[in-house]
Ligand binder design. Structure first.
Ligand code: IZC
Ligand code: ZN
Length: 408
């Protein structure tokens, strides 16, 4: 099976099989009047000028448009039941995210809904969300559990992720986030909840191959830095690579932990301090930034420029979840990445492609348009990369190609 995409006005892609940091984050390859030859779902060759002659099973005329790698959304809470639109009014009346959680709402209300939902319901809802993400140009995403907080429901969420991997075109990476909140039934017994996660559930999930990563919500009134360390170390022992939600609302030391637990990525980092940024640089940890959440919470924006200057690779993801970011539109996050983080369009493209792929442990296979990588790409209703960063609020996707097949 061969396919040729030709008449590409501008092909823009980062290069390489690892996260790009510092100056490299803004160094992308740009080709004019380009073509891509695909064989069996993989990029065989690409170039500028005259496309190779010969018969292909399929040809796609890009019409002089922009082509980039498929977008990679490296941070989503994809699997949940219900929504939390009732919290909007509370927020408008001045209640903070952590106040709502402390009152038994927030994450805990999604936990109640997710426990009550069947695997089938969760699957159908997430499948619809993935279809929308694909129409918006996303071809790979990470998905977290964390709305069960008990053995059965967390397994149910992780099984849904596995089924989505098997039954949809999306590439998914599964993350166990049992440490998303303390479940109500362990309110007086947090030590026992941590024991169950570290001694029983993490080993079981790893053994069953249901997750690749282990994540913790390290936050004031949620899990402390020391608890996060214990949980992520248990993940490491079981073979689950560490991720950490850190410095989202308050800086309580989670980011400083990242070199010790060999974290692949740290998420949010809105309140990251110079010592946190130095820790990320030391450990080679990817800063996975979520600007749509800053927007939605009315918070400040993570110090992305300082991170790039310190040599920390920056990824940008959606944080799609029913509370702090009910948006799965990565194009919006890309706009905010330029306008609020002051990333250049080139740095922003790297953030949502190869650096996102690296945060998912997939940079060998996806995240750039190069021979030998999977043929995941987007033809945009745009003539150049600046246009993607500049337009706001429209879906600029024309065609999405996944493993050489048109999927949207
Ligand atoms: O459901 O509120 N921040 N976890 C940490 C979230 C946001 C998701 C949620
Ligand atoms: Zn999150």
């Amino acid at each position: 099976m061969t396919a040729l995409i030709y008449n590409i006005g501008m092909l823009a892609t980062p290069e390489g099989r690892a996260a790009r940091r510092g100056k490299e984050q803004g160094e992308i390859r740009v080709m004019k009047n380009a073509w891509i030859l695909i064989r069996d779902g993989m990029i065989a060759e690409l170039g500028e000028g005259l496309a190779p002659a010969g018969v292909c099973d399929e040809t796609v005329d890009a019409g002089g448009r922009l082509v980039t790698p498929g977008l990679v959304d490296a941070h989503t809470h994809l699997i949940f039941a219900g929504w939390r639109q009732n919290e909007l009014g509370m927020k408008l009346h001045g209640m903070g995210y952590l106040d709502i959680l402390a009152a038994g709402g927030g994450i805990l209300s999604t936990v109640r809904a997710t426990r009550a939902a069947s695997e089938e319901e969760l699957f159908e809802k997430a499948k619809a969300a993935l279809a929308e993400m694909m129409r918006l140009g996303v071809t790979a995403c990470e998905a977290k559990s964390g709305y069960g907080l008990d053995r059965e429901t967390e397994l149910k969420q992780l099984k849904v992720i596995r089924r989505l991997q098997e039954e949809t075109p999306m590439d998914l990476a599964a993350t166990y986030l049992g440490a998303h909140a303390l479940p109500t039934e362990y309110k007086e017994n947090r030590e026992e909840y941590i024991r169950l996660m570290t001694e029983e559930w993490i080993p079981e999930i790893a053994e069953k191959g249901l997750a690749e990563f282990c994540d913790v919500f390290c936050e004031k009134d949620v899990f402390t830095a020391e608890e996060s360390r214990r949980i992520l170390e248990a993940g490491n022992r079981a073979g689950l690579r560490a991720k950490i939600h850190a410095d989202e609302i308050e800086a309580i030391g989670g980011t400083e932990l990242t070199p010790d637990v060999n974290a692949i990525s740290a998420e949010h980092l809105i309140k990251a301090t110079p010592s946190g940024i130095a820790a990320l640089a030391k450990g080679g940890t990817i800063a996975c930034l979520l600007p749509s959440t800053s927007f939605y919470l009315g918070a400040t924006y993570a110090p992305a420029r300082a991170m790039i200057e310190a040599g920390v690779p920056v990824a940008i993801a959606s944080d799609f979840n029913p509370g702090s970011c009910p948006s799965l539109n990565l194009q919006l996050a890309m706009n905010l990445g330029c306008l609020k983080y002051r990333l250049t369009p080139e740095e922003m493209l790297t953030a949502v492609t190869v650096n996102g792929a690296a945060a998912m442990g997939r940079a060998e296979k996806i995240g750039s348009l190069e021979a030998g990588k999977q043929a995941d790409l987007v033809i945009w209703e745009a003539e150049d990369l600046d246009f993607l960063a500049y337009r706001l609020g429209s879906n600029l996707v024309r065609t999405v190609i996944k493993k050489g097949q048109i999927i949207a």
